[in-house]
Design a protein around this ligand. Structure first.
Ligand code: NAP
Length: 417
């Protein structure tokens, strides 16, 4: 029997394939999942109940998911003494679409972060973070409903490439000597050094995905976010390469802010750019002017969490890491270990990751049902502890009870349709 990590592949499903660059999804796809560490266990159990119910309600048994457990993090380490076994990488490559809960970051042992390792090994170059408001969720701003953005963050380079040298080492001395002596710089001898590579290829493939997404989903604009006024040859170049790409590949469907003048022609996507510090003000003060945002790695990391906070926090924020033919959908919060196995945390982030995953697979009915189920349950003020402590008159549910309430709402909606 075929297996990865000594876990047999389910026999009641088939792999998702790619044909002519598009996913071809069978009615019983095999979907690998990584349960996640700490609270990941509670969250995954609850999420799977909601996913299976949504698929069943949407397709009345015609479609179903053959879930396939793969391992990373503490569970992998306990089983095989490896934090990220090769079998896990191979299984994701083969089955193409996977979902994961949060993973503990190992301390020591050569892996900086399992999430970063997964992104690099599978070349998942887009970090996709949609941020929208669910009515009833407590938020620190007056009109959280005005923010509805989709952030495309470059995932493979920038200062996150991990190319750095520690202060005081012979290696950093070599780099400093080179820069001072050969390149005419004047770097202090007691510095640590990090490198910020940004390439035309990686920038354009990210911006291309953002523009394609905007076109396919009827979005009005794509904003290139950069700090190009200071970092001209990296972030400034990111902006210039973005506009170059519009000219090269999208001139029939996009218009730049400079070209648009008084108005954007009907049916065209507006491409504009904003300086990174200014975009943090803009999303707070004029949120409805922004739509799809394309950013280098570091800016995107900060901006995604700031936007998530604006609509009620990370417990509700889904995310995905996407490459050319692979998508890994993952919670944006951590393992919250102090709540592990207590059945109390908010599973919405992983549930909304599932909604994104089904959307990516073309199972739009399932995606819509999950989102509506969550939205209705929150509106009914049936929530987990984190939202309960900020909402007046709410009922505090356990993680599993919250999942049951969502299933109840999805079933009621399907019956009424
Ligand atoms: P964290 O696990 O996100 O938890 C920080 C706090 O956020 C929790 O104490 C809790 O706040 C709140 N929280 C997080 N998830 C929640 C949920 N589902 N429902 C309700 N509240 C939630 O961050 P951390 O403590 O800094 O990190 C713990 C571990 O997770 C570390 O090993 C870290 O490296 C890892 N991590 C993994 C990922 C990932 O896999 N994507 C991401 C970030 C961190 P209250 O205490 O106020 O209730």
């Amino acid at each position: 029997m075929e297996s990865y990590n000594n876990n047999p592949i389910p026999t009641n499903g088939e792999p998702i394939e790619v044909q002519d660059g598009k996913l071809s999804v069978p009615d019983q796809p095999i979907l690998p999942f990584i349960e996640g560490d700490g609270t990941g266990r509670d969250i995954w159990r609850a999420s799977r109940v909601v996913f299976d119910a949504a698929v069943n309600l949407a397709y009345g048994g015609r479609r179903s998911v053959a879930w396939y457990e793969i391992f990373a993090g503490e569970k992998a380490f306990t089983r095989s003494n490896e934090w990220l076994p090769q079998g896990t990488i191979d299984a994701i490559r083969r089955f193409r679409v996977a979902i994961k809960g949060p993973l503990t970051t190992p301390i020591g042992g050569g892996i900086r972060s399992l999430n970063v390792a997964l992104r690099q090994l599978l070349d998942l170059y887009v970090c996709l973070r949609p941020v929208r408001y669910f009515a009833g969720v407590p938020s620190p701003v007056k009109r959280p409903d005005l923010l509805d953005v989709v952030i495309f963050r470059e995932n493979t380079e920038d200062v996150y490439a991990g190319i750095e040298w520690q202060q005081g080492t012979p290696e950093v001395k070599k780099v400093i000597d080179f820069l001072n002596q050969e390149m005419g710089r004047n770097i202090r001898a007691d510095s640590g050094i990090g490198i910020k590579p940004m390439s035309v290829g990686a920038s354009k493939r990210l911006i291309r995905r953002a523009i394609q997404y905007a076109i396919e989903n009827g979005r009005r604009s794509v904003t290139l976010v950069h700090k190009g006024n200071i970092m001209k040859f990296t972030e400034g170049a990111f902006r210039d390469w973005g506009y170059e790409l519009v000219k090269e590949e999208f001139s029939d469907v996009c218009v730049t802010e400079a070209e648009a003048g008084a108005g954007v022609p009907a049916g065209k996507v507006l491409v504009k750019d904003r300086i990174a510090d200014s975009i943090f003000q803009q999303v707070l003060l004029r949120p409805d002017e922004y739509d799809v945002l394309a950013t280098p790695n570091l800016n995107g990391d900060y901006l995604s969490d700031a936007c998530a906070a604006q609509v009620g926090g990370l417990g509700m924020a889904p995310g995905a890491n996407i490459g050319d033919e692979i998508g890994v959908f993952e919670a944006t919060h951590g393992t919250a270990p102090k709540y592990a196995d207590l059945d109390v945390v908010n599973p919405s982030s992983v549930m909304l990751c599932g909604a994104m995953m089904f959307q990516y697979m073309g199972w739009k009915e399932v995606s819509a049902l999950i989102e509506q189920g969550i939205a209705e349950t929150i509106l009914q003020k049936r929530v987990t502890y984190d939202l309960h402590r900020q909402m007046e008159g709410a009922a505090k549910l356990k993680t599993s009870e919250y999942a049951a309430a969502i299933v109840e709402n999805m079933a009621a909606r399907t019956a009424a349709a």
